[in-house]
Design a protein around this ligand. Structure first.
Ligand code: ADP
Ligand code: ASP
Ligand code: MG
Length: 468
């Protein structure tokens, strides 16, 4: 990397060196890999960083979504071949600009991966549509792993691709597979430790895994963060660094709220709550896994490597001064009102038995004696649930809503806080309010009203409060 502007950067070393136990797992999101300029930065970060790196990569930004449309036979006006040649051209152009080592062999690998996509598109024997989709969308990470390996080699790093299908063993819930943790731990140790011992840098595709009979699965959108934590635990990593396009977790999405500012350290309860309720900067499963395996998780900006970003502390809650607001769109509200004849005790249990039997996950709940209301992700198909509930209750489903979540026990314990929050919500119609603990307070509003309501809540609960 001689001549790189990164040579002069004094990168803060965030891992706890005194007690150094193992490698550092660096995960680069699609936004950090979206063009050759950014990939060059990423290679520089690895080439100049300290500790032994293990690299986990997402697909280049937008590629998973393009492949998903192909998998859903929805290529639109462009057509399949045009989309594939656009993806090919983008990867090869980046490789050429980067001087990525690999030459013809990198181009050959790109063509092999795209040929596998064509083959999967043509196959008619997949057991489920999602099995086909996983086989196709995994190509995004397959491609970026080849590209990043080439760029790292060109930067003088002894990088080598390590196929995530050989490491991340999952069940066959295609589209959102669950890892078999003991087997994944065993495979990661068996495959990665010998490479690390030789001083080599494994480059692993995020997001993808495989069943024990070798079928490709994916961990759910945004799942590369989860891969990084799955790889880190069995390697006793010092730290997992999630490199992204913002400098850490902020008090609100900085792309939506101008006054949002970066948080230096956050307790795991609040981090999980924020991730679950829409702060998409780090995947909720990654946060939970890092905490349960006690690996420190840090979110940093690949465009601002001189900053230390946000540490998710596995051992404690945030300090009393911590507060943040998140929102999650694409939610529906289900209101269930018991028929008078069914109003005896046991109504709630009946409702939740139906939801449990259909494995429908519920987010927020509010209840009265004869009715209950709860939010559910808009993707869920509620036809069967609605039919069953309608046997003993009136059911109303309100679509196109968003949940807004205020997080922070210091703030939520302050007297008068609820009044302040309600004043900020103002005349915006609220469909549900819920608070189960001092960690978070939730409102359900229309998707349309959510961004502005978040801005108002952030202003009065965070910006003005900290100025006071
Ligand atoms: P990557 O491609 O690196 O995985 P993501 O798009 O998944 O990136 O996550 C980064 C984005 O998360 C940011 O661009 C930002 O808009 C969004 N985001 C949402 N809430 C927050 C928050 N509270 N703090 C920081 N970023 C947030
Ligand atoms: N490429 C996948 C996605 O876009 C996984 C990830 O980026 O984490 O969801
Ligand atoms: Mg992400």
């Amino acid at each position: 990397m001689s001549g790189s502007p990164l040579r002069s950067l004094d990168l803060p070393d965030t891992a706890p060196h005194a007690a150094s136990r193992g490698p550092i797992v660096h995960k680069f999101g699609g936004t950090s890999l979206q063009d050759s300029e950014r990939i060059k930065r990423v290679s520089g970060l690895i080439a100049l960083g300290s500790g032994h790196p293990v690299v986990v990569v997402s697909a280049m930004a937008g590629v998973t979504a393009q492949l998903a449309l192909l998998a859903q036979d929805d290529a639109g006006e462009q057509g399949v071949e045009e989309v594939l040649s656009e993806i090919r051209a983008r990867h090869l152009a980046a490789a050429a600009t980067l001087g990525a080592v690999g030459g013809p062999s990198l181009a050959t690998r790109v063509d092999e991966i795209l040929a596998a996509v064509r083959a999967a598109l043509a196959r008619t024997d997949f057991e489920k549509p999602l099995a086909r989709e996983d086989a196709i969308i995994a190509a995004g990470e397959d491609l970026s792993a080849e590209l990043v390996t080439g760029a790292l080699l060109a930067a003088g790093v002894d990088a080598t691709p390590l196929d995530a299908r050989r490491l991340i063993r999952t069940d066959d819930r295609f589209g959102c597979a669950l890892p078999d943790l003991p087997e994944t731990d065993r495979l990661v140790r068996a495959e990665a430790l010998p490479l690390i011992a030789e001083g080599r840098v494994p480059v692993i595709q995020g997001f993808i895994g495989s069943t024990k009979d070798g079928r490709t699965t994916t961990l759910g959108r945004g799942g590369s963060d989860f891969t990084a934590t799955l790889v880190a635990a069995p390697l006793s990593a010092d730290e997992v660094v999630i490199w992204t396009d913002v400098n850490g977790i902020h008090t609100a999405d900085p792309q939506e709220v101008e006054g949002a500012r970066a948080i230096r350290e956050i307790g795991f309860e609040e981090a999980v709550e924020l991730a679950y309720f829409g702060a998409g900067v780090v995947h909720v499963s990654a946060t939970k896994h890092a905490v349960s395996t006690k690996v420190p998780l840090r979110i940093r900006g690949s465009g601002a490597p001189e900053e230390t970003g946000t540490l998710i502390n596995p051992n404690q809650r945030s300090g009393a001064e911590f507060a943040a607001v998140a929102f999650k769109p694409a939610v529906m509200l289900v209101r269930v009102r018991a028929f008078p004849s069914a109003m005896a005790h046991g109504f709630l249990a009946r409702v939740f038995t139906v939801l449990g039997a259909h494995q429908v996950p519920v987010d927020l709940v509010a209840t009265s004696h004869s009715s209950t209301a709860f939010t559910i992700d808009s993707k869920e198909d509620l036809t069967a649930v609605r039919d069953e509930l309608s046997r003993f209750a009136e059911v109303e489903i309100i679509p196109d809503l968003a949940t807004i979540t205020v997080v922070g026990h210091g703030l939520l314990r302050e007297p008068g806080m609820e009044a302040l929050a309600l004043r900020a919500v103002g005349k915006t119609p609220v469909h549900l309010i819920s608070q189960a603990s001092d960690v978070s307070l939730n409102f359900v509003v229309s998707e349309e009203d959510a961004p502005e309501t978040v801005r108002r809540l952030h202003l009065s609960l965070i910006e003005l409060r900290s100025d006071a």
